[in-house]
Design a protein around this ligand. Structure first.
Ligand code: NAG
Length: 249
C-alpha cells in the first residue's frame, strides 16, 4: 500500500468521492450548442428522423415518377398511401406501422414546440423573394410567407449549427421555378417551417427544410425538396417531384 501525503490523500478521496456522488445534473431537452440554434432536431424529431414524408390521413403520389430519393413514407393514424413513388434503397412505405405511429406522435410534439418558440424577427413583408436572411425565428404580421419569384437566401455565416425557423399561422406558398438557396454553411436539416394551415410548393421550384403543416402540403411537378414533409392531414406530390432526406441531425 503506497503512502500518500495528507494533501494528496485528501485530494484522492475528493476525486473518488466526487466520481461516485457527482451527478451530471439535468440538461435541457433542447439544449443549444450554438447561439443560433433554437431546437434540437434529433430530440424533438427523434423517431421521425428517417421519414422524409409523414401524414396523418393520406399521402398521394399523383402522376408518375415521383422520386422519394431517400427517407420512408409514412401515414398514421390514417392508412392511405396512393400512387407508386420511386423509393430509395432501404426505405419503405410505412402504412400505420408502429414506426409511422411513433413518428406521428413526435411530429405533433415538434409542431407545438416550434409553434411555441419566440419569434425573433417579424418581417414586414411576407414575400421572401430576393431576400437574404441570417439565422433566427421569423414570423410575419400577416401570418403567411410567400416566395413569388427568384430566390430566398439563407446565410448561416459559417455556423453549420445555425438554424432558420419560420412560423406562420396560415400558409406558405412558393411560385413555380423559385428557389431556396443555402449559403455559408446553411444546411437543409437546420431549416424549419411551422405552418398553421397548408403549404403549396410551385412546379419546378426547389425547397429546403422541414415542413410541419397543421393541415396539408402539396408539392408541384418536378419540384425538388431537400427536407422533410410532415402534415397532420395530407401530403400530395405531383409528377416527377424529388424528395430527399437531408443529412441527419
Ligand atoms: C435511421 O436509420 C439509420 C440507418 O439505418 C439507423 O441507424 C437509425 O437508428 C434510424 N433512426 C431512427 C430514429 O429510426
Amino acid at each position: 500500500m503506497a503512502h500518500f501525503t495528507p494533501v494528496l490523500r485528501a485530494s484522492l478521496i475528493f476525486v473518488i468521492v466526487g466520481s461516485i456522488v457527482c451527478s451530471s445534473g439535468t440538461t435541457s431537452q433542447y439544449e443549444n450548442v450554438s447561439t443560433n440554434e433554437y431546437v434540437n432536431g434529433a430530440t424533438i424529431f427523434g423517431r421521425c428522423a428517417n421519414f422524409s414524408i409523414q401524414a396523418g390521413t393520406s399521402v398521394s403520389f399523383d402522376g408518375v415518377q415521383t422520386d422519394v430519393a431517400s427517407g420512408n413514407v409514412g401515414v398514421a393514424p390514417g392508412t392511405s398511401i396512393n400512387g407508386t413513388p420511386l423509393l430509395g434503397t432501404g426505405y419503405a412505405k410505412e402504412v400505420c406501422t408502429s414506426s409511422a405511429q411513433n413518428c406521428a406522435a413526435d411530429e405533433a410534439t415538434a409542431y407545438e414546440y416550434l409553434k411555441g418558440l419566440a419569434c425573433t424577427t417579424t418581417l414586414a413583408n411576407a414575400d421572401l423573394s430576393g431576400v437574404t436572411l441570417l439565422p433566427g425565428v421569423y414570423c410575419t404580421g400577416s401570418g403567411v410567407f410567400t416566395l413569388t419569384a427568384t430566390a430566398l437566401y439563407l446565410d448561416a455565416q459559417g455556423d453549420a449549427n445555425a438554424q432558420f425557423i419560420f412560423q406562420t399561422t396560415s400558409t406558405v406558398i412558393t411560385a413555380a421555378s423559385t428557389n431556396i438557396i443555402l449559403i455559408n454553411d446553411a444546411l437543409a436539416k437546420n431549416v424549419y417551417w411551422q405552418v398553421g394551415s397548408s403549404v403549396t410548393l410551385g412546379a419546378s421550384s426547389s425547397f429546403m427544410g422541414q415542413i410541419l403543416a397543421y393541415a396539408s402540403i402539396t408539392v408541384g411537378g418536378t419540384a425538388n425538396v431537400v427536407g422533410r414533409l410532415y402534415a397532420q392531414e395530407a401530403v400530395t406530390c405531383s409528377s416527377a417531384a424529388t424528395i430527399t432526406l437531408p443529412s441527419q441531425w
